[in-house]
Design a protein around this ligand. Structure first.
Ligand code: CMC
Length: 391
């Protein structure tokens, strides 16, 4: 490979040093700052995980109060931003709106685009985390033609998001604690995942000195793809397409057929080759939510049966393909009432915490340089230009 290491898809290249997240794909281990994901998902909260990822340690009660106070002080978006929404078609995909609106934040918060100032970097980080629920909820409200709701700072981050999404000005909105807990857990499970495609995109964009709002917009664009964050939407659409358990073998056969581009969405992972620890928590949460809400969704049965059949199929065993975080999240989100088009926007909301933490880590790294991969050139060798008339 000449001067360079050839590593398409970066399967064996470490692009940075990072102290945030540890993954052991063989053992199915995921740690944030050393803490196992299942303990965080079961005992912590999304805001606490956000603090942990940003600051390196769990907060003391006082630090946690201050952090939550700071975040709630940034939940509103500039009033002028509303007009940006009005420029979109009502049937615009929420991810298209998110790319545009988050990118546009740099035009509204000029002060925190100065990445050389650590204080401004912190403010930009808090702004992004705080405004994401407002921005995502507004995308939803716009799509269904209901008025935008302002944030309500006396309730939790996640409760407030549910209220801005499902509430209406005409009546008070009661946050269902089971739904709030499940939503918060989904956010925790999506908060960070080391150098995945969208996080690497954020780092690469940030390595040139681009402002944090532009970098997160780049991350959102990358996350949208069905091989990445778009898989949660694609997985639920697939389960609906399968519809009934008797159709499962047909789809399993298609997934195994190399002539057919179809893949089982929500299955397989670049790093996890044993199981995805997030999927385990997600499956349990799906069962809890469906039971509490009294939702009898046949799609959950299709999902469980599909998982069983695939886990016992030679192809999936040999290729080490297991359900990933996106396989069961859609079942929960639709039971809560989200349309499939919102699924990836919710992933973006949660992953903003990881993106922002990784971006801060990169900017503060003294070794940080612009990310500039090389290539193996496969084009023509040098040749002489032929004028148009002589071709
Ligand atoms: N269904 C059927 N076959 C699959 C699947 C699948 N879901 N995933 C991988 N394979 C096969 C693939 O065809 C290939 O076979 P062969 O060796 O014969 O060519 C082999 O398994 C290895 O796949 P790969 O594409 O080389 O693996 P990768 O590490 O590049 O891709 C992946 C990982 C997650 C993109 C892939 O498994 C996939 O496309 N899964 C479906 C989409 C999905 O659920 N994505 C969410 C990932 S987790 C959350 C997130 O990152 O956002």
């Amino acid at each position: 490979t000449g001067m360079f290491t050839f590593d398409p898809g970066f399967t064996s290249t470490a692009s940075c040093e990072s102290g945030l997240t540890f993954i052991d794909g063989g053992e199915g281990i995921l740690l944030h700052r050393g803490y196992p994901i299942d303990q965080l998902a079961e005992q912590s909260s999304f805001m606490e995980v956000a603090y942990l990822l940003l600051n390196g340690e769990l907060p003391s009660p006082g630090e946690f109060d201050d952090f939550q106070y700071t975040i709630t002080r940034h939940t509103m978006v500039h009033e002028q931003l509303k007009t940006l929404y009005n420029g979109f078609r009502r049937d615009a995909h929420p991810m298209a709106i998110m790319c545009g609106v988050v990118g546009a934040l740099s035009a509204f918060y000029h002060d925190s685009t100065d990445i050389t100032d650590p204080v401004q970097r912190k403010i930009a980080s808090h702004r992004l985390i705080a405004k994401m629920p407002t921005i995502a909820a507004m995308a939803y409200k716009y799509s269904i033609g209901q008025p935008f709701l302002y944030p309500e700072n006396s309730i939790s981050y996640t409760g407030n998001f549910l209220r801005m999404t499902f509430g209406v000005p005409a009546e008070p909105y009661e946050v269902n604690p089971v739904v709030e807990k499940a939503m918060d857990r989904i956010f925790i499970l999506h908060a960070d995942h080391e150098q995945n495609a969208s996080t690497s995109t954020v780092r690469l964009a940030g390595s040139s000195g681009a402002n944090p709002f532009a970098c997160i917009a780049a991350g959102i664009a990358c996350l949208w793809g069905p091989a990445h964050g778009g898989a949660n939407e694609a997985a639920l659409n697939m389960l609906h397409e399968i519809g009934t358990p008797d159709k499962i073998p047909e789809y399993i056969a298609r997934a195994k057929d190399k002539e057919d581009p179809f893949r089982l969405m929500g299955f397989g992972h670049r790093v996890y080759k044993n199981f995805d620890p997030r999927a385990k928590v997600m499956k349990e949460t799906a069962a809890e939510v469906l039971e509490t809400l009294g939702v009898d969704d046949p799609i959950f049965d299709v999902a469980r049966e599909l998982e069983q059949i695939a886990l016992n199929d030679e192809y999936f065993i040999e290729k080490k393909l297991y359900p990933n975080v996106d396989f069961y999240s859609g079942v929960i989100l639709s039971a809560i009432g989200f349309p499939t088009t919102m699924f990836t926007a919710l992933f973006a909301l949660a992953r903003t915490v990881g993106w922002v933490a990784q971006w801060n880590e990169m900017i503060s790294d003294p070794e940080q340089r612009i990310g500039r991969p090389r290539q193996l050139y496969t084009g023509p060798t040098m040749r002489d230009y032929v004028p148009l008339g002589s071709r």
